[in-house]
Design a protein around this ligand. Structure first.
Ligand SMILES: [Fe+2]
Length: 168
């Protein structure tokens, strides 16, 4: 298993990876996607949110980046790829779930706060992983109580102890 949630099975993850821009190493690559899923499922278990949408957000949100720096349209391109996979019957989610997935991907770098639990979990999960580039997430930029608690304490031990492929 590459991802923890069965909605993002290995075949789907491999097919999304096959559509990824070919760069040798990226701070927005697969390991980041895996940590975003881990963080998002952790947040959902405490503050709510749809685990299927959160897992697919982790898979698609940075999948269409063309560099690690300035690429403001990458979220929208990731959303388009998710829509393409859905149209091809590859994502077993409802139209409402697809709408949440598209919104979360499209706006994950241009918007900070949202009242929807799923959108909040997606964006907080991504921001908690800013530590990979030595940026401590600002609790004021987060939405959920569980993510704020991690950011305030700077203690990732609970996240790192969860049963997720990235932790094994
Ligand atoms: Fe990301």
């Amino acid at each position: 298993m590459i991802f923890a949630h069965p909605i993002s099975d290995d075949d789907l993850v491999r097919d999304v990876l096959a559509r990824k821009h070919l760069i040798e190493y990226s701070v927005h690559g697969l390991q980041h996607w895996q940590r975003v899923e881990r963080n998002g499922l952790f947040i959902a278990s405490r503050d709510g949110g749809d685990p299927e949408v959160i897992s697919l957000f982790a898979l698609f949100h940075d999948s269409q980046r063309i560099n690690d720096y300035e690429d403001p349209e990458h979220g929208a391109r990731g959303a388009s790829l998710a829509t393409e996979f859905h149209s091809a019957g590859r994502l077993k989610i409802t139209e409402d779930q697809l709408r949440l997935l598209v919104f979360s991907c499209t706006h994950h770098t241009d918007t900070t706060h949202h009242t929807d639990a799923t959108v909040s979990a997606c964006w907080d999960a991504d921001r908690l992983d800013l530590t990979r580039i030595r940026v401590v997430p600002d609790p004021l930029m987060l939405n959920t109580a569980s993510a704020k608690s991690v950011a305030e304490s700077r203690d990732y031990s609970e996240l790192e102890a969860t049963d997720h492929p990235i932790n094994r």
